[in-house]
Write a protein that binds this ligand. Structure first.
Ligand code: SAM
Length: 237
């Protein structure tokens, strides 16, 4: 491969990029050089090993490529990740939030086994075998407050699950990032109607949609919402 000239992403903390704007590639610095988590490319540049971050495999990478205005990454972020699967996206977050912690909830036995295997040497990931529909059931394994709640579960009631977890864990200034797959909610109704319905659930539950980003280019029938507690709820609390 020719020299990719990897440089810092101008906006997103600890995210790196190469290539022209119309064909940007994303990377994170590999926390465990030499180790892959999925089939990602490992690339050495200026003596640092980077993992290429595939937007077709990871909705956060897709979101970043769609240029949201909101910054949501930092070095010491405490993150609750719902639907961690076998570790693709959570491993990139682990590269990014080096001094933070990420609790990864997954309810499929096979996936949690792979997640544990894939992330066992990543000390900032805590895999938790749990069902995101019942946030109180894993409360005894979460020992910090949460700055970022990320949800990517293909379930029919995605907004309700997000609200239940945000009410339980998210700190007042925290952000919720929610991938919504319309097909998991209703495969007959138009995607736009499904998205509108999920947004209404969030808003009537005391949350404010900061940004709604269409990532159809990378993941069919998906949008990603960036959400915070409504200002009136924060002031009133
Ligand atoms: C689309 S995949 C997630 C992919 C992952 N976020 C990534 O980018 O690496 C959805 C995952 O959510 C999990 N899931 C679905 N419903 C869940 C629930 N109620 N509680 C916990 N995990 C759930 C599934 O088992 C699956 O692994």
């Amino acid at each position: 491969m020719s020299n990719p000239n990897i440089r810092m992403h101008p906006k997103n903390f600890n995210v790196f990029m190469s290539g022209p704007p119309e064909n940007l590639k994303l990377y994170t610095k590999n926390l465990l050089p030499g180790n892959k988590v999925y089939s990602e490319n490992l690339i050495k540049f200026n003596d640092i090993e980077y993992r290429e971050w595939n937007p077709y495999r990871s909705k956060i990478a897709a979101l970043i490529l769609e240029k949201p205005n909101t910054n949501f990454l930092s070095n010491d972020l405490k993150c609750l990740y719902l639907g961690a699967s076998s570790g693709t996206t959570i491993s990139h977050l682990s590269d990014i939030v080096k001094d933070g912690i990420i609790y990864g909830i997954e309810f499929a036995e096979r996936s949690i086994r792979q997640l544990i295997q894939n992330t066992t040497n990543r000390n900032n990931i805590i895999p938790i075998f749990g069902d995101a529909r019942y946030p109180e059931n894993y409360a005894n394994k979460i020992f910090t407050d949460i700055d970022l709640l990320y949800q990517d579960v293909s379930q029919p009631n995605q907004a309700q699950i997000a609200v239940a977890n945000a009410n339980y864990y998210l700190n007042d200034a925290g952000k919720l990032i929610l991938a919504i797959k319309s097909q998991s909610i209703d495969s007959i109704v138009k995607s736009e109607e499904v998205y509108a319905q999920e947004k209404r659930i969030l808003e009537t539950s005391g949350y404010e949609i900061i940004e709604s980003i269409n990532i159809h280019k990378y993941a069919a029938n998906h949008i990603v919402l960036i959400v915070s507690r409504s200002r009136s709820v924060r002031i009133g609390s």
